[in-house]
Structures are given as C-alpha cells and as structure tokens.
Design a protein around this ligand. Structure first.
Ligand SMILES: [Zn+2]
Length: 276
C-alpha cells in the first residue's frame, strides 16, 4: 500500500474522470490526499473526499501564488468559471467552516513562493509581507483546528524556516511538500519535526544525496498530480504513479520497494492522523 500525500484530483485536469482515477488508485491500494490551493479547489477537495468512506482525504488552504493576480492555470481551475477571480484574500472563518468535514486532515498547501517576485524593492517588500501574513493566519488556523500543515515553498526556504520559528508553536506538525532545498534546510525542517515530501521532481533534479541522508521515518511520497509526472510515465500524472517515486527512493536507499511503501505509509498515517 502507498499514500499519495499530495494530489490534485480536485483540479480541472481531472474534471471528466476523477471517479475512474480514484477507483483505479484505491483498487491498487494507493490512497491519497487532495490538496487545495484556494477556496474553490479546497472546497472541491472536501467534496471529493466526502464521497468515500476511506482512502481519500482533503487538505484546505490558500497557496501563496493565489494572493496575486496571475495567469490562471487552466488545468487547475478551468472547470469553475464562476470562480475565476484573479486573486484571493485568506478568509479565516470561511476556511474554518470548510474544515469541519472529518475528511479534512491538514491545512495546505500554504507557504511562500518567490518565483514570480516583483522587481522593485518596495513592491518586493509588500509581496513578501502579504505572503507572510496569509501564511501566519493559516498557521493559526491549523493550530486552532489541531491539524498538521502542508507547506509549499519555492525559492524561499530560509524565510519559511524563520517564519515557522517565529510562530513558535512546538506542537506544529506537517510536511514540506516537493522538497528541493539543500541539506542544511532539510535538517532545519526535520529538527522542527517536519516530514519531507518527494515526488516526480526527483527524476528531473538530482536529490539523490538528500534522499540518501534523510532518515526513513521522515520521508513521505507524493505525486503533485496532474504535474511532475515521474519517469517512465508521460502525460498527465495521477496518484497511481506514486509507485515510481517510491521505487526510485528504494533504489537510492538500497532497500526494497515494499520497505519504502510500508514506512512511508506509516509516516503518512502518523503525520496526518489517518486511523483507517
Ligand atoms: Zn500542489
């Protein structure tokens, strides 16, 4: 059995065949967490999870990129034209209400993303401050609901580490999804009790050394589908392909696929308190 700890079957890319994709995942013992990126995709993740007794869970949150006006990614929100807002502010009470479903097992994906950062110093400050505020508000929500967090972080690990430390909640649990930072940052996160999530990006970037050094009890596997399809597959990614990620980690760590599957599933169940 495997748990894809970061999937987006809540996105438009799966509008037409989400049931079929879930069925073939669950039949092959691959469970999943569908992760929200803004209110509508969070709501959709909950709606999907509520349709299954077990094996399909939801995370709700506002991704830092959705705080800004941006080109909409068709595969993400195209199927909900009425939600084509160009940016969103974090509404604490609205998300809190959404979290009342028992299938909501995390707050995410939340974090910092400096990929599209503005060029002037003043705009950059405002941009970073806005992301930081939305992040802190969502950390407060996770704390109030006693839920773990799923972090998204791109080109901002040092600021994220600093923000988590300033928040100073010793009971905070969670995952750094799609980890691509350096070893020093990996250690910082793990020392604070976080797990590192690896996906198909390990076929594109060389993270072998990081994976080799990361203790087994800190590793989660994920797909980030429909994106980041792992080799040898091509086209749209899906939860079933998490097995290729686990296979590659097994190879790097010189262990069997079964061992990696077993320990990462245990880690996921523990981290997200999945008791099924
Ligand atoms: Zn994601």
């Amino acid at each position: 059995m495997l748990i894809d700890t970061h999937a987006h079957l809540n996105f438009a890319a799966f509008e037409k065949d989400v049931k079929k994709i879930i069925q073939r995942s669950v039949e092959n013992d691959v469970w999943m967490i569908n992760v929200g990126t803004q209110y509508n995709t969070s709501e959709r993740a909950v709606e999907i999870a509520d349709g299954y007794k077990k094996g399909v869970y939801a995370a709700i949150g506002l991704h830092p990129l959705h705080l800004e006006e941006q080109k909409l990614d068709k595969s993400e929100v195209g199927f909900l034209p009425k939600f084509k807002t160009r940016s969103e502010e974090f509404d604490y009470e609205r998300y809190k209400k959404l979290a009342q479903s028992e299938k909501v097992i995390a707050v995410g994906e939340i974090g910092l993303d400096y990929y599209y950062k503005p060029k002037t110093k003043r705009k950059l400050e405002i941009f970073k401050q806005k992301q930081r505020e939305a992040l802190l508000n969502q950390l407060r929500l996770a704390q109030e609901l006693d839920l773990p967090v799923i972090f998204h972080c791109r080109m901002a690990h040092d600021d994220l580490i600093q923000t988590i430390k300033q928040f100073n909640n010793l009971t905070m649990r969670g995952t750094i999804h799609c980890f691509t930072g350096n070893w020093e940052q990996a250690e910082e996160y793990m020392n604070m009790g976080f797990y590192l999530g690896f996906n198909g990006i390990i076929f594109k970037l060389n993270l072998d050394e990081i994976i080799r050094k990361t203790p087994l009890d800190k590793i989660l596997v994920e797909t980030d589908c429909p994106y980041l399809t792992p080799s040898p597959m091509t086209g749209r990614n899906e939860p079933l392909y998490v097995k290729y990620v686990a296979e590659k980690i097994a190879k790097i760590k010189n262990l069997s696929f079964e061992e990696i599957a077993k320990i990462t599933t245990q880690n996921a169940k523990k981290s997200f308190k999945i008791n099924q």
